[in-house]
Design a protein around this ligand. Structure first.
Ligand SMILES: Cc1cc2nc3c(=O)[nH]c(=O)nc-3n(C[C@H](O)[C@H](O)[C@H](O)COP(=O)(O)O)c2cc1C
Length: 228
């Protein structure tokens, strides 16, 4: 028999996509479970989950998370827990978007064969076959401003990119690591995903096989320009 979540999902017109339903917070009884009809309630329950003995460890020091993040191309052979997947996706959904039109969509690539087919679409980068693969796609049709198409496309690429950045930091905060893939053949990725939406980035996530030190960055004088 379908549980309350599935019934609500059907009734309200598929709040959850086929094949993905966020986990209820660890240890939550039925009364504390988020109402699936309230999108933000669900999001908040994932993001604000209070630490408990069996909760996911999260580094809540944002700047420490930023400072420690490094690209990882070697992942341990260990799956990413579904609770972490939920948080990484929820983080993307908190990102600002142009007009709050949310001009992007995420493809959660679950199938091992589909992941493998993404490798040649991504310039044969083998680490694309990672434990967690998220493809962030632009959807300018969601952006309902009365502006020229090129502006809507510009908004959608910013929406998708920013959301992926939020997910990347969330992954780091959850003890995971990631590699941002920008080198891909758009059409080949679209063919693998079976979508008309154009990808903006592929975020590959997993447990790192090794800890890395931060990379050097340029001098501040090359970064910041001061105007009066
Ligand atoms: C827009 C963009 C595209 C990127 N594309 C790739 C890619 O296709 N393959 C790859 O291995 N790394 C890619 N990277 C990761 C960068 O190489 C990496 O972030 C950079 O070297 C800095 O290293 P760090 O992330 O460890 O600080 C990309 C990063 C960005 C932001």
């Amino acid at each position: 028999m379908a549980d309350r979540f599935e019934e609500e999902n059907e009734k309200r017109g598929m709040i959850y996509p086929a094949g993905y339903r966020p986990q209820a917070p660890a240890g939550a009884g039925d009364a504390q479970r988020p109402d699936p009809a309230v999108r933000n309630q669900l999001l908040n329950s994932i993001l604000q989950q209070k630490p408990s003995p069996d909760a996911v460890p999260v580094d809540t020091d944002l700047f420490a998370v930023m400072a420690a993040r490094r690209s990882t191309r070697k992942f341990a052979d260990r799956p990413v827990e579904s609770e972490k997947v939920d948080r990484i996706i929820a983080a993307a959904d908190t990102a600002p978007t142009a007009g709050n039109y949310q001009g992007f969509e995420i493809f959660l690539v679950r199938g091992p064969d589909t992941k493998r087919r993404l490798v040649p679409a991504c310039n044969n980068q083998p680490y694309v076959d990672a434990p967690l693969v998220l493809v962030f796609c632009k959807n300018p049709a969601r952006v309902k401003f009365d502006f020229p198409d090129y502006i809507l496309r510009k908004f959608a690429i910013q929406d998708a990119t920013l959301a992926a950045g939020y997910s990347q930091l969330a992954a780091q905060a959850l003890g995971l690591s990631s590699i941002w893939i920008g080198m891909f053949d758009e059409q080949k990725v679209m063919d693998v995903l079976g979508t008309d939406l154009v990808p903006s980035s592929v975020l590959c996530v997993g447990y790192p096989r090794q800890t890395k030190y931060p990379k050097p960055r340029r001098n501040l004088s090359d970064l910041v320009h001061v105007l009066w």
